[in-house]
Design a protein around this ligand. Sequence first.
Ligand SMILES: [Zn+2]
Length: 454
Amino acid sequence: MSDTILIKDSTVVTANSKNEIIKDGSVLIENGEIVDVGKRVQGKAEFVIDGKNKIVFPGFINTHVHLAQGILRGLVPDNVALIEWLKDYVWPLQGSMSEDIMDISTKLTLLEMINSGTSSFIATSINARYNTDRTIENVYKSGMRAAIGKQVMDTPGYADKPQILHQGLVEDVETSFKIYEHMYRKWHSRDNRVWIWFSPRTPGAVSDELFRRIADTVREHRSGVTMHLAEVRDDIRYFASRGKSPGKFLKDLGMVGRNYVYVHGVWLNDDDMEIFAQSGTSVSHNPSSNSKLGSGVAPITRMMEKNVNVTIGTDGAPSNDDYDLVREMKLALLLQKVNSLNPQAISVFDMIKIATINGAWSMGIEQLTGSIEKGKRADIAIFNLRAPHLVPPVAPVSNLIYAGTGMDCTDLIVDGRFLKKSGKVLTVDENEVYEKSGKFAAELLSRANLKEWM
Ligand SMILES: [Zn+2]
C-alpha cells in the first residue's frame, strides 16, 4: 500500500522542462502520484518528511547495468584492456555462474542502486543461464522500475575472431527467442515497472538476419533494445570492414528509433549522431567504465549539440567499480570539461537532465517518471545536506553533484512506496547480501578456475 507522503520545506530539483529548482518547496504524494509540488502545498499526509537540510531529486535513472556483475567487484584485475578483460576474466566468471550466485549478484546490485538514489534502470545482457524468472522476480520485488534486456546472439565470435565467447554464455538463437517470449508474456509492462527488451551481444557477434528479426519483433511488441556500441577504437574496424559507420550500419538494419539505447558510443562520428538524433535513438554514457578500461571520452557535449538524447549509466562492478550515479555524474562533468579545455562545456543542469528525464525518455516512460511534476508517479530521491562535504548550504545542487555521493541518500520513493526510508533499504535483504556475497564470490572464482589477483 502506498502512503500519503508530504516532503516539506526542502530544495526541490524538478528536472521539468524549465529545469526549475524550488527553494523551500514541498511535494505531496497520494496513491503513488505527485499531486502537488511548489512553495504552497496544501494537504494532509500520513507521513511527513522534514525537508530542511535536505535536497530532493527525481529518482536517478541508470541506463546501463549488469546485474550479473555486482558479485564480480574486485574479482577482475584493475589494469586490463577490454578484450582481455572480457575474454580472460568477465566471461569465464559470468559463464561459470550458478543460479544462486546470480541471485545474490542481482540482490547486491539492486541494494546498491536503491541505497544511492536510483529508481529506474536498464539491465543488459541477461543470459539464459541466470534463471531469468528468478532474476526478474528479484527486480520486481525490489520496487524499482527496469527495462530488462534478454541477451541474443547467433555466433560466439566477434568480428574476425570465430570462438571468442566463453562456452558457458553461448546460446542459440531459438532458445534466446523462446526465453524472450516467455519473459515478455509473463512480465512486460507489469505494474508499469518491468519491461522486457532485447540485448543483442554486439555488432560483429550478431548476423544481419538476426538484427532484422530483432527490429521486427521490437516494432510488433513495442519493446526496446540495448546494446554495447563503439566502445573502443578497435570496434570501428568491424564497421569499416562492412563499409559503414556504426549509425549507418544500424539504420540500414532498422535498428534505430525510440527505445533503442546504445551504450558507450565513445567512437561515434557526426553522421552517426545525426542518425541517432533524427530517429530518436539514445546513448548511454558510462564515463567510469570508459576511463577505467582506457576506452576514451565519449563526445557527449557534441551529441547534445546535435540533439541526441544522452543518458548515463554505471556499467558493471568490474569496470566502474560502483553503481552510484551521483559519483558517475561528477566524472561525466569533469571529463567533458578537461577534454574540451573548456569549463563551460557542460553544466550540472545538463547533467541532472541526463540522469533523470533523458533516461526516462530513453526507456519510453517519460510520461510516468523522470521529473518531479504534478501528475507523474512519485519516484523521488532525498539526500541529506548535513554532512561535512556538503556545507555551507549555499549551492546545494552543485554541492551534491560535485561533492556528494549516493551514500548521502536518506530516502528513496518509487511509485509512492519507500524502498529506502530514513537511511535503511527496505526491499532488499541487506544482511543476506553481506552474509553470502563473500562466500559466493570465492566459489565463483574457483568455478571459473581463477584466483584472487590482489
Ligand atoms: Zn556494459
